[in-house]
Write a protein that binds this ligand. Structure first.
Ligand SMILES: Cc1cc2nc3c(=O)[nH]c(=O)nc-3n(C[C@H](O)[C@H](O)[C@H](O)COP(=O)(O)OP(=O)(O)OC[C@H]3O[C@@H](n4cnc5c(N)ncnc54)[C@H](O)[C@@H]3O)c2cc1C
Length: 453
């Protein structure tokens, strides 16, 4: 059986690892990666040390049924302790080394077991037979699209203006020319904005930094990891309505539901909430930890079962709250932000401003009027976006009648032989798939492929 993995980011590595452990192994695996970021993808490419992973080691294992896989690798790579969390939070480039080491180990395991493995550094542009940009053709029994998300959108039409950066990663490159003392405006206030602030702080940037945020919110601050035990919300007993989910959380948390509900519904100034949450990193209330874990553990299964109307409400009205909860910032970064807010160097401006190129730099008109020297986009591509480089392949799959493109985005599969893993999968929620979500998906795809043998 010949298997093609299209895209060698975290999802592709996880699938390669899962396939290397199947019994019997596939007869052939070909990995296609178009960019130079082999085994790392967008998130874990080489970058400055200030750009860190945003989860504790137990939630960063690329192997679904081995939660300590990454922790064991990490034991040989000292340092990067987040003192408030009490666990290592490494630069994302270091996590990229883990992905690369895992891919190398999987390839040698597969070869040792008699499977031939090829890695082709080219874009896949067509299907049946699989076609690459430089004209190579490949006949496969299964092709798995692990192509990641799309490109950020240029909401303000600023691309091409000097001083504007649409794709902020790698920050090592995009912050390189930012003059010290300049006013940096960041579009967005999520985790990418937090990365930008942490990297500017590490560079010793002395000028003002303004985060533009539609709703004036910041990601929540992560809490120390504790062992969580779900007794009511279990894989065997997952509700298929929002009310059912709330009832299950109530059963899990009992009296601890009240602080969680207050946290979600309470109105509080964003910086004061950051300060309070930073002082509650060790809080004994399990609510936030449980809800965040539940989103990643059960979200992928529950999401497609929810009524369409409820999915629309969650996606359109509660996007920011759910994203802040599901993807909190690490305390180390929260400390950096708070220090800069308190010193007045960092500001958060809420609302939807207008941003226009000016004679020098940019003019930002919103709650206040500002001039900026540099504008960095920190809004990630929309959920389920199809990467531009993958559009020719997707068109060819559509022409072959193998997939459909639902109005809500992403790719739905119509027949066997083609599979998807990660954000392009239409049935997944709007939350960026985390490493455990990708690993669970990789394990399921590997099982599906091998069971059809
Ligand atoms: C900035 C950022 C930070 C994150 N940090 C964390 C974190 O700390 N912890 C966590 O759990 N999750 C994190 N995530 C979420 C998740 O881990 C990442 O999104 C993850 O990298 C997704 O991996 P992927 O393989 O699906 O996509 P990608 O990493 O985007 O990889 C897809 C690969 O496919 C290639 N490709 C695309 N189309 C083609 C084609 N047609 N032919 C050949 N190759 C193709 C691309 O070049 C790319 O290398 C983060 C996400 C982002 C965006």
């Amino acid at each position: 059986m010949e298997i093609g993995i299209i895209g060698a980011g975290a999802a592709g590595v996880s699938l390669l690892d899962a396939l290397s452990l199947t019994e019997p192994p596939p007869s052939g695996v070909t990995v296609f990666e178009g960019s130079s970021c082999l085994w790392r993808g967008r998130a874990y490419q080489p970058d400055v040390d200030a750009v860190r992973v945003n989860a504790p080691p137990a939630l960063m294992s690329i192997r679904h049924d081995d939660q300590l896989h990454y922790t064991r690798w990490l034991a040989e790579h000292d340092g990067h302790l987040d003192t408030l969390l009490g666990v290592p939070i490494v630069p994302r480039a270091v996590y990229g080394e883990y992905l690369e080491a895992t891919a190398m180990a999987a390839i040698s395991r597969l070869r040792h077991r008699g499977c031939h493995v090829s890695v082709i550094n080219d874009w896949v542009t067509g299907y049946s037979p699989l076609l690459t940009r430089t004209g190579g053709t490949h006949t496969l029994d299964h092709a798995v699209l692990c192509v990641g998300g799309g490109r950020p959108l240029d909401h303000y039409g600023l691309e091409g203006s000097p001083g504007f950066v649409l794709e902020p990663y790698p920050l090592a490159r995009t912050l390189y020319g930012v003059p010290d003392g300049s006013h940096v405006v960041v579009i967005g206030s999520g985790l990418t904005a937090v990365d930008i602030v942490a990297a500017l702080a590490a560079n010793g940037h002395s000028g003002p930094i303004t985060l533009l945020s539609r709703q004036g919110v910041l990601p929540y601050v992560q809490q120390t990891p504790v062992k969580l035990e779900f007794r009511h919300l279990t894989r065997e007993n997952l509700p298929d309505t929002f009310a059912g989910l709330v009832a299950a959380m109530r059963a899990e948390l009992g009296e601890d539901l009240a602080p969680l509900a207050a946290e979600i519904t309470g109105a509080e100034d964003a910086v004061e909430r950051l300060r309070r949450q930073l002082s509650e990193v060790d809080s004994p209330h399990p609510g936030r930890r449980m809800l965040s874990a539940a989103v990643h553990m059960f979200g992928p299964v529950v999401w497609p079962r929810l009524p369409a109307g409820e999915r629309t409400v969650l996606r359109t009205q509660h996007f920011r709250t759910i994203t802040s909860l599901a993807s909190p910032m690490v305390p180390g970064n929260a400390e950096i932000l708070l220090r800069l807010f308190d010193s007045g160097q960092l500001r958060l401006m809420s609302g939807v401003p207008k941003i226009e190129p000016a004679m020098r730099g940019f003019r930002v008109r919103g709650a206040r009027e500002l001039s900026a020297d540099v504008v960095l986009n920190a809004v990630n591509p929309p959920a389920h976006a199809i990467p531009a480089r993958t559009e020719p392949l997707v068109s060819s799959l559509l022409d072959a009648g193998v997939i459909t493109l639902p109005a809500t985005g992403g790719v739905s599969l119509r027949s066997g032989g083609v599979h998807t893993l990660g954000g392009i999968t239409a049935s997944t929620s709007f939350i960026t798939p985390s490493v455990p979500t990708l690993a669970a998906g990789a394990s399921a795809v590997a099982a599906e492929i091998t069971s059809g043998r």
